[in-house]
Design a binder for this molecule. Structure first.
Ligand code: WQD
Length: 326
């Protein structure tokens, strides 16, 4: 019995595949390597291929006797999704539907899906819980909401799923040899690291006049290894008969951009050059999770704090200034 991890050579996927392997579970990764890295999972079986390629997926299911799947493979850049909707709907939506169809044909009945807090758009409340109205504001967020709903509908066919709505994934593996590629992202923590290591002169703080305690935006930063752990718990929940579920995966703790800067300076002992810039279009003032459901149903809670996020990200970038080899 093997767990198929699509997108398992990507940032969150690779941490999850590694954790599963360390726990003695059998894992096979399917990844196109378009945005993932073989070097992120050197000791794990990797099939280079596309989720929409039913032949490859079918072959892999038979060869490895796949009985459950964690589906990470997707494009995830919000800005790019607005410019290239076809690419996003084709891969994230059509590709996921074909994948699930193939999984069903091969009797795979448990799927854990990478969703995103982006499905909430600008929530009316902080913290936000799963009952909030979904108001996706980007093509990317729409594709995640679509597949959540599709998977929930598949319940009727006997396929049970857990969709995990991640808040802001950040940090790196404790070993220092696995982390996020800063060249491919404009997210806050990798940009902070670029500035620390001189790859960017100064951090732009996108707005300091929001209705938050210090005026900068508040988010819920979750350590990538805690996220990996949530996937294991979701798989175990399904394996023990759990019903389909959609839940937040966040710490419940809001952190402002300015607090994150202060933490970075305290952890690293370096000063972080930064300046206030204009607000970034589409940024909600404050988004953090109500993690009640994930705690109660999956028994998951974050065990690593912001200090650990910054420490681990720093360690990774210090040791791997050029990320992985392509
Ligand atoms: C965090 C905060 C910025 C960069 C995005 C996606 C979301 C999800 C996670 C996948 C914000 C501020 C950032 C910088 C800054 N992705 N910031 N200067 O926007 O909360 O969420 O990534 O599922 O879908 O929308 O994350 O890291 O871009 O920003 O001041 O150079 O940092 O304004 O408040 P965001 P982020």
């Amino acid at each position: 019995m093997t767990i198929l991890v699509t997108g398992g050579a990507g940032y969150i996927g690779s941490h999850t595949a590694r954790l599963l392997t360390e726990m003695g579970r059998s894992v096979v990764v399917l990844d196109t390597l378009e945005r993932g890295y073989r070097d992120s999972i050197p000791d794990i079986d990797l099939v280079v291929g596309d989720i929409a390629d039913a032949r490859t997926v079918g072959k892999l299911c038979r060869k490895y006797d796949v009985d459950s799947a964690i589906h990470f493979a997707a494009y995830k850049a919000v800005g790019e999704s607005m410019a290239e909707p076809l690419r996003y709907y084709k891969n994230n939506v059509a590709g996921s539907i074909t994948l699930v169809e193939t999984l069903m044909e091969h009797e795979v009945k448990h799927v854990v899906f990478s969703s995103s807090a982006a499905v909430y758009g600008t929530p009316d409340t902080a913290p936000v819980n799963e009952d909030a109205t979904l108001r996706p504001e980007s093509v990317y967020a729409h594709t995640k909401a679509d597949i959540e709903r599709f998977l929930t509908s598949c319940d009727a066919t006997g396929l049970r799923s857990v969709s995990l709505r991640y808040f802001n994934a950040a940090g790196a593996h404790e070993s220092g040899d696995m982390g996020e590629d800063w060249t491919a992202t404009a997210n806050l923590v990798p940009v902070v690291m670029k500035v620390l290591f001189g790859a960017q002169p100064s951090l732009e703080v996108f707005g300091d006049d929001y209705p938050t305690p210090d005026g900068s935006c508040v988010r819920d930063y979750v350590h990538v290894s805690d996220l990996a752990d949530a996937h294991v718990k979701a798989l175990d929940y399904l394996a023990t008969g759990g019903r389909s579920l959609v839940c937040n995966v966040g710490t419940g703790q809001g952190t402002s951009v300015k607090q994150l800067i202060a933490m970075t300076e305290s952890v690293t002992g370096r000063s972080l050059p930064h300046h206030v810039a204009a607000r970034r279009a589409g940024d909600p003032a404050s988004v953090y999770a109500d993690p009640t459901l994930v705690r109660a149903v999956l028994g998951w809670r974050a065990t690593r704090d912001l200090r650990e996020i910054i420490t681990s990200a720093f360690r990774w970038h210090e040791r791997h200034p050029d990320s992985y080899e392509r």
